[in-house]
Design a protein around this ligand. Structure first.
Ligand SMILES: Cc1cc2nc3c(=O)[nH]c(=O)nc-3n(C[C@H](O)[C@H](O)[C@H](O)COP(=O)(O)OP(=O)(O)OC[C@H]3O[C@@H](n4cnc5c(N)ncnc54)[C@H](O)[C@@H]3O)c2cc1C
Length: 501
């Protein structure tokens, strides 16, 4: 038996299951994007101390460790592009405590978002972040990417709903960031920095989340829109209308809306774009009043035809989920962008993505969390091709030029690294790198994600890491000295420790 000595040493260092079978490696080498990894093993830790043991082992051996929940990220966030070991948290599904009096729940990071909602329903509570992937995505992954969903229009992203996180830093130390207190004003907030850090600062072992009371009534509205309705006006008019109880304002262009018709959807009026809305209310009478106010606001932006009403908004979101699945099956791998711009710039951004689609002959499917200016332009083009790269770059640059962001909810991952500095500036990048070095001095946590490679500075003192190679990895965020363009499926990775040969 030819047992890899590296894997054998991991098995000796930890108590949890270590797997190297090809099916498991194929599973953990990918996420929802085209990016592929090259892990040598997956490891299911037994408890938080076991996570610490794995981190200490990884530091001694200079081996990358990549935290993973469901692996549904869309920019390579959970893909082991630098090789090493995937830390599989998907088995940590415990709901350790639900405090109805304090509206808090403490859960394992592997708990699936939907399972948390089901556990909370009997208590009349829910966890508001509801990404489209909520049936598979884990709370640890939601925290890792600061995920959000349609209802974030009212409730905000995951960051707004995390009270504290127990985590293992890249030093191997166990810490708790945040507090159970409802109010807190202690310095720059480390917890906020951790949420959205894509497993690059530490690995969450327990998450305490805030909960909201379930509304008594949740209406779903489907509003057909004339083809060139100014979207900025729709978003701002709905936002400024008082007393609507709107919790979601979603937009589907005509191509995406078409997926809502047919066998898995419903008959819709016309062929044009759609607005999908959710209204929360205290009672049936209250919901009628709110619906009227929404109709009045819609009339002010051009009087779209009467909405179709779903008395239970979840019916609408289920149909929309099916439509997304149908679109996924139809388009396969593609450019799935995730930018946000100020509400007043939505139409200019739409015009820009249409120009990019024309120029690159890349069919465009646009949907948006309109109430937050968060746009998902999908382009039916090979995301690993030069054309795909041009499309991605043009979209991200256009969002920045309009005062927006390169990621509204999915993260930076491996695909958007070259554009990070344009958003946060050189000084901002230096601050991020300092935080990364402090939390993960040997750069073992999810290298090749989020942080652009640092320019080489030969004068810097070498790292105390036994192998010596870890310091370069910490600086660059990548053991190979920096992953400028992520590796697409099929292309050979650079050779490194902890990578399969
Ligand atoms: C069909 C589809 C629809 C989607 N819709 C949305 C949407 O509406 N909104 C949205 O925001 N996203 C959406 N996503 C993207 C994705 O589902 C979310 O980012 C989700 O939060 C990822 O959860 P996960 O468990 O799959 O995390 P993973 O993909 O496993 O990990 C994501 C990141 O978090 C890190 N991580 C995971 N667990 C931990 C942990 N315990 N400690 C520290 N870091 C950790 C990983 O290292 C990685 O960087 C969608 C994806 C798909 C495929």
């Amino acid at each position: 038996m030819n047992v890899d000595p590296l894997v054998e040493s991991l098995r000796r260092a930890v108590r949890g299951a270590v797997r190297t079978d090809p099916a498991e490696l194929a599973r953990v080498d990918r996420d929802g994007s085209h990016v592929r990894g090259c892990a040598v093993a997956s490891f299911a830790p037994a408890d938080p101390d076991d996570v610490s043991a794995a981190v200490r082992w990884a530091r001694r051996r200079s081996v990358p460790l990549v935290a993973r929940g469901a692996g549904s990220s869309l920019d390579g966030e959970s893909v082991p592009i630098a090789g090493g070991v995937v830390v599989d948290l998907s088995g940590w599904t415990t709901v350790r405590e639900v405090r109805t009096d304090e509206r808090l729940a403490s859960v394992g990071p592997g708990l699936v978002n939907r399972d948390l909602q089901e556990a909370l329903r009997p208590h009349g509570l829910f966890f508001p972040p509801n990404p489209g992937s909520w049936t598979v995505a884990t709370i640890g992954g939601n925290v890792g990417t600061n995920a959000s969903g349609p209802r974030s229009y009212r409730y905000g992203p995951t960051r707004a709903w995390v009270r504290s996180v127990d985590l293992v830093l890249g030093t191997g130390e166990r810490v708790r960031w945040g507090s159970r207190a409802a109010k807190r004003s202690v310095g720059p907030d480390l917890l906020s920095a951790f949420v959205g850090s894509e497993g690059t600062l530490g690995i969450a072992t327990e998450v305490t989340v805030r909960l909201a009371p379930l509304p008594a009534v949740r209406l779903g509205l489907v509003v057909p829109l004339p083809e060139r309705t100014p979207l900025s006006t729709v978003a701002t008019e709905l936002a400024r209308a008082p007393g609507t109880g709107l919790s979601a304002i979603e937009y589907l262009d005509a191509r995406c809306a078409a997926e809502l018709s047919g066998p898995s959807g419903f008959e819709r009026a016309g062929e044009g774009p759609l607005l999908l809305l959710e209204i929360e209310a205290e009672s049936a009478a209250d919901s009628s009043r709110r619906e009227e106010r929404v109709r009045a606001a819609l009339a002010r932006v051009g009087g779209p035809a009467a909405p179709r009403v779903f008395r239970d908004a979840d019916e609408l979101w289920t149909l929309r989920g099916r439509a997304s699945t149908a679109l996924d099956a139809k388009l396969g791998e593609r450019i799935r962008e995730d930018i946000a711009v100020p509400l007043g710039a939505i139409d200019r951004m739409r015009a820009e993505v249409e120009r990019i689609a024309d120029r690159e002959a890349a069919p465009l499917y646009l949907f948006a969390h309109l109430g937050e200016g968060s746009l998902h332009p999908n382009f039916a083009v090979d995301p690993a091709s030069p054309r795909g790269g041009r499309v991605r770059g043009a979209v991200l640059r256009a969002a920045l030029a309009l005062g927006g962001t390169i990621s509204s909810e999915h993260g930076v991952g491996a695909l958007k690294i070259p554009y990070l500095e344009q958003e946060i500036g050189r000084a901002g990048l230096e601050v991020l790198r300092s935080l990364k070095r402090a939390c993960d001095p040997d750069g073992v946590l999810n290298p090749g994600k989020l942080y652009p490679p640092e320019p080489l500075r030969p004068a810097r003192a070498p790292s105390p890491s036994p192998s010596g190679s870890g310091a370069a990895r910490a600086r660059s965020g990548s053991p190979s000295g920096g992953v400028r363009e992520p590796r697409a499926a099929g292309r050979a990775p650079p050779r490194r420790r902890g990578a399969r040969s």
